[in-house]
Design a protein around this ligand. Structure first.
Ligand code: SF4
Length: 687
């Protein structure tokens, strides 16, 4: 059988895959040497995808309560309950919570149904937990949510700075590419991360900064660049709007010694970093969840962008700030407006944008303002103000912060729909209706990876049982709610073409969405689509999509550091393991992946372990004001003193402990709404 060209199910690197079926539910998986993101490379998760395509645990038929139902009956019930709820309580009494696992076409139809026809913007996504601070930072600095970098910049850089990113584990193929650049051209690597991760092990320099001091670090670096002739005054003059008071007093408290003290790093190490950065025009600063998942995430993003704008390191090969996303299609979701705070085609809710999209969709009930972001959405669910919720392809009962309250809110909601691949998740046990969705390998559509390469994800397996693609499920509900013409899609190519037409339709960002050829392409062209990156090198001409065409330096301040609380003297950081993905519904199926880390552990510094009588391999309870959970103890000198680390993957379905989601506070960055997962006051005790 010939290989199908598709893309990986997991992370935002967006690797191309060649999948060759070898039996009814088996396939061999290889890296696609022609795909620009990975050039044939795969990491362990991608390599073992073939072990995850069986039907164990699959949801194969619509379920109403615990009873199997026909699609007609289930869809009619969903449409009726949403319609009745809206009629009684208004459009803002319903919500969708969707996922970066959805394909762009799925995202588009869900966004259109909620924002154009139901009349609310209460559609948010688990991408809110991943990169919404980067979105907000881009919009403040550039006027639009544009990632000004590509993977090719990593090949062209002389210095790569990784901030808050365990790239070796979380974006392994990008990491392999960085390592290849180091061999090929001697690219220097600096890692900024409170933990000494596998990524940091390979770096020329690792700065284990105190959590939450990223703004102070970037300010100190900017002050150093200013004092040492590394500011690009000509670029600032021509292409950047600088607030009058931006430089007033800048540098006070940001000298090398003060910065080293605030960030709790050795001044000599800091100086090495500052000197290296100041002397290296071709620098890429790549950042991920350590920056984004913070209560100051947007300011931290802008502190990084400020640095690149002020030194003119943007819009040139090998020079850019680079937000790398977690999920396979977080970027596609951004393009079609999958966040409650955006409309479509990267537009916000300015009245002219609302009117433009409303005209295009011939929408009867356009939402006119942003909807509830993830944390607010589940808080409103808990308060009883969201009365019907549809969760698509995600598991918020595990992944949201303060997940115990999320679970209570789901249990109390009058009507919960879950469309998913898996029969029973911690979220779907609260569903009144479960709808079987097509899985990776069975569905067709497009995804956009971290560097904005758009690729086709293709089916190479038949749909099992009654499973249906997400776009089909949503459009059927839209039709049954009364909007037959607007949701008359027969295949994803039609949705793709509509998305391309909308993106080019009187859009303010024509440069961004120059996809007219795609909009006109037929089904055959869609099926044959090769990966492509659109937009060239963003900002190469120094023009930004702001009213005056200039970027913005955004004044940001380092927030005062919170003092440790008496009852919660430790700080809890959370993150991923190398071989697991999110809540393990797919990676948990692979025996080979399970070998890397068989159970969830709390990592603790040896001095803390001694002081608290914790033994390596023993059990401990990690506690926060939100909840507690049991973990195996891993004593690790890679931790800073006073800090704990736990993985995010384990759930009630697969472990008795290790429930990290119960622990973080339900608090978010006030600008982006992205929850802070990286610094929760906590305590730990041996059991
Ligand atoms: Fe898949 Fe990401 Fe690994 Fe590539 S790096 S194979 S996209 S998990």
């Amino acid at each position: 059988m010939s290989a199908t060209k598709t893309t990986c199910a997991y992370c935002g690197v967006g690797c191309g895959i060649l999948a060759t079926p070898t039996g009814e539910r088996t396939a061999t998986i290889a890296g696609d040497a022609d795909h620009p993101a990975n050039r044939g490379r795969l990491c362990s998760k991608g390599t073992h995808l073939g072990e995850t395509i069986g039907l164990d645990g699959r949801l194969l038929h619509p379920m109403i309560g615990q009873r199997r139902a026909s699609w007609d009956k289930a869809l009619d019930l969903v449409a009726k309950r949403f319609r009745d709820t809206i009629a009684k309580h208004g459009p803002n009494s319903v919500a969708f919570y969707v996922s970066g696992q959805l394909l762009t076409e799925d995202y588009y139809v869900a966004n259109k149904l909620m924002k154009g026809f139901i009349g609310s913007a209460n559609i948010d996504t688990n991408s809110r937990l991943c990169m919404s601070s980067a979105v907000a930072g881009h919009m403040r600095a550039f006027g639009e949510d544009i990632v000004p970098a590509s993977y090719d910049d990593l090949d062209a850089a002389d210095l790569i700075v990784l901030v808050g990113s365990n790239t070796a584990w979380c974006h392994p193929v990008v990491y392999q590419r960085i390592m290849a650049a180091r061999v090929a051209r001697g690219t220097k690597l600096v890692v900024i991360d409170p933990r000494r991760t596998e990524t940091a092990d390979e770096a020329d320099l690792h700065l284990a900064i105190r959590p939450g001091t990223d703004v102070a670090l970037m300010h100190g670096l900017l002050a150093w660049c200013r004092a040492n002739g590394a500011i690009d005054d000509a670029y600032l003059e021509r292409h950047v709007a600088t607030p009058d008071d931006f430089w007033n007093g800048f540098g006070e408290g940001s000298d090398l010694w003060s910065t080293a003290r605030t960030c709790d790093v050795a001044p000599d190490d800091l100086r090495r970093f500052f000197d290296l950065f100041a002397a290296t025009p071709r620098t890429v600063t790549m950042f991920s969840q350590g920056v984004n998942q913070s209560l100051s995430g947007t300011d931290q993003v802008n502190a990084i962008i400020n640095l690149h704008l002020a030194t003119g390191r943007i819009g040139k090969p090998g020079a850019a700030p680079f937000s790398i996303t977690g999920q396979p299609n977080a970027m596609g979701g951004r393009e079609v407006g999958g966040l409650a705070s955006t409309l479509a085609a990267h537009m916000d809710f300015a009245p002219e944008n609302v009117a433009r999209v409303g005209r295009f969709w011939a929408a009867p009930n356009m939402a006119t303002k942003p909807g509830l972001k993830a944390l607010d959405l589940f808080r409103e669910l808990g308060h009883g103000r969201i009365k019907a919720l549809w969760v698509m392809a995600t598991n918020p009962a595990v992944s949201m912060p303060d997940a115990g309250r999320v679970r209570e809110a789901l249990a109390a909601c009058p009507f919960v729909v879950v469309s998913d691949v898996i029969a029973e998740t911690d979220t779907s046990v609260h569903a009144h209706v479960r709808l079987p969705a097509a899985a990776w390998g069975e569905k067709d559509g497009t995804v956009t990876n971290s560097d904005r390469t758009i690729s086709r994800q293709r089916a190479f397996l038949p749909l099992p049982g009654g499973a249906k693609p997400d776009w089909w499920i949503v459009k059927e509900v839209g039709r049954r709610m009364g909007w037959k013409t607007a949701f008359a899609y027969d295949r994803p190519a039609e949705i793709w073409r509509e998305h391309c037409r909308l993106s080019g339709y009187e859009n303010q960002g024509e440069r961004l969405f120059a996809l007219p050829g795609q909009a006109a392409s037929g089904n055959a062209a869609y099926d044959a689509m090769e990966p492509f990156r659109w937009g060239g090198t963003p900002f190469a001409d120094g023009r930004y999509p702001t009213p005056d065409g200039r970027a913005r330096l955004v004044p940001v301040v380092q927030k005062p550091l919170a003092k440790p609380l008496a009852d919660w003297p430790m700080t809890l950081n959370t993150g991923r393991y190398r071989d697991q993905w999110h809540t393990m519904s797919r990676t948990g199926l692979s025996p080979k992946l399970a070998r890397h880390r068989e159970e969830p552990a709390v990592e603790v510094h040896p001095d803390d372990a001694t002081a608290l009588a914790l033994t390596d391999g023993g059990l401990a309870r990690v506690m926060t004001p939100q909840g507690d959970s049991l973990f195996r103890v891993r004593v690790a000198a890679t931790q800073r003193r006073g800090e704990l680390f736990t993985p995010i993957h384990w759930t009630d379905r697969n472990a008795t402990g290790g429930r990290t989601g119960l622990l973080p506070r339900p608090l978010a960055d006030p600008i982006s709404g992205q929850p802070g997962f990286k610094a929760t006051p906590a305590s730990i005790a041996a059991v």
